[in-house]
Write a protein that binds this ligand. Structure first.
Ligand code: AMP
Ligand code: MG
Length: 312
């Protein structure tokens, strides 16, 4: 679908078409097109063309985007040729869960699956590192969201050597080159998926260290949010710089035209949600969803079906 018609469509759905256009331009700059990646160049507090005063407009735009996604998801399911995989990564308290709630709320649960990947269980540890993710890949006509993903294998597992040891690989397989090998494996895996009809888009929610601290403190102050806080959050925070390096290596090695990474500023949740909605809209707009093949294309067959129903 041509970009202009997507933007016109969003404007027609009740939001300002000009604002949708400016958002698209801003979001394009978040895409990683070349290595090396330096996260210090990406401002987590960026809000693109909007200021805090524009939050009403941002909400209207988010509604327009989710309405557009709802409509196109129907076409995706009807056509049944493409799968869409959204990989969502971010540090603790980056806003992954609430983003899924806000951005995916309009999608039909029949053709959308969210899978959260936590610490692997015994069975998962006994398989190769991509195994558990492969089992949750979206089928044709559906959208799959990975809340954390196979990327944890080059992030948390890279930062914490005890996790690599828990995988019980033979020492000959875990030399210093293991991370580059895994990154190459991931890139090849995603290339393979894209050549088999899965459109992939990868989001890194980029939260700042200060904002993460505020969110942790907010969780600790509010008993209803205590369940969200885990001791590992503090430990991971102590390794902030090691995670930064691991993220930079992963983003640089695996962002491709077929499976691009977007570094989305995440300190302002209202903007992060809108930016991700815009990325999804433009990813899905690239797919050729215009002509779902009707089961009864022949007018005579249609007429016969109608007649059979009327006679019944
Ligand atoms: P949460 O997202 O807060 O539910 O936490 C899930 C935890 O599981 C995070 O601390 C992740 O780093 C951890 N995790 C996810 N995938 C893996 C993996 N492949 N190996 C080890 N830990 C993981
Ligand atoms: Mg956590």
């Amino acid at each position: 679908m041509a970009r202009d018609s997507v933007l016109a469509d969003l404007g027609a759905k009740g939001a300002d078409g000009g604002a949708a256009h400016e958002l698209t331009e801003a979001v394009r700059r978040y895409r990683i097109d070349r290595a090396p990646v330096c996260l210090a160049d990406h401002d987590p507090a960026d809000t693109g063309p909007f200021t805090t005063r524009d939050r009403g407009l941002a909400r209207a735009l988010l509604r327009a985007h989710t309405a557009w996604l709802t409509d196109r998801q129907r076409a995706l399911a009807a056509q049944g040729q493409w799968a869409v995989l959204v990989v969502l990564q971010g540090r603790d308290a980056a806003g992954k869960d609430s983003l899924i709630r806000h951005v995916m709320s309009g999608l039909n649960p029949q053709s959308c699956d969210v899978t959260s990947f936590g610490v692997p269980n015994e069975e998962e540890l006994r398989h190769d590192f991509l195994w558990r993710c492969q089992r949750h890949l979206p089928a044709q006509g559906t959208v799959g969201v990975f809340n954390r993903s196979h990327y944890e294998e080059v992030l948390v597992v890279r930062v914490r050597p005890d996790l690599l040891r828990a995988q019980r690989l033979h020492p000959s397989l875990v030399g210093p080159g293991v991370w580059d090998q895994r990154l190459r494996d991931i890139a090849a895996f995603e290339d393979y998926l894209s050549r088999n009809g899965t459109a992939i888009v990868k989001i890194f929610l980029n939260v700042s260290k200060e904002e993460q601290k505020e969110r942790f403190l907010g969780r600790l102050r509010n008993p209803a949010k205590h369940f969200k806080f885990s001791p590992s959050d503090i430990r991971d925070r102590e390794h902030w710089d090691a995670y930064t390096e691991a993220y930079e290596a992963a983003l640089g090695a695996t962002s491709t035209p077929e499976a691009p990474w977007y570094v989305v500023p995440a300190d302002r949740k209202w903007f992060a949600r809108l930016a991700v909605a815009s990325i999804l809209v433009h990813t899905i707009a690239e797919l050729d969803l215009e002509h779902p093949a009707p089961l009864l294309a022949d007018p005579e067959e249609l007429q016969a079906a109608r007649a059979a129903l009327e006679d019944a």
